[in-house]
Design a protein. Structure first.
Length: 116
């Protein structure tokens, strides 16, 4: 299983970014996909998740991103997205995509920096 995240960058507060995570080596549509983020010196925290097809793509969000971030998936492209709007400096972090089969698999992380 390989996960390749992209789309991070520098944005001003109030701006938007869309992260992408391309997956390979698994039957993508079956698995829950998640986005986490981590600030140096802090624990990695769950941002959003989207269930696989058997879970009818149910989404869930951390309270601190509800109403601002949207997770979605394209099962044909085997890609999960995180649309981030109304970004705040507190959203600055490295964002990781994740899925779990017998164990957790992680993408390499993509840095999002929000300037005030």
């Amino acid at each position: 299983v390989q996960l390749q995240a992209s789309g991070g960058g520098l944005v001003q507060a109030g701006g938007s970014l869309r992260l992408s995570c391309a997956a390979s080596g698994l039957n993508f549509r079956l698995y829950t996909m998640k986005w986490y983020r981590q600030v140096p010196g802090q624990e990695r925290e769950l941002v959003a998740s989207i269930a696989g097809n058997f879970g009818t793509n149910i989404t869930d969000y951390a309270d601190f991103v509800k109403g601002r971030f949207t997770i979605s998936r394209d099962n044909v492209r085997r890609t999960v997205y995180l649309q981030m709007t109304s970004l705040e400096p507190e959203d600055t972090a490295v964002y990781y995509c994740n899925t779990k089969l017998a164990r957790d698999f992680w993408g390499q992380g993509t840095l999002v920096t929000v300037s005030s």
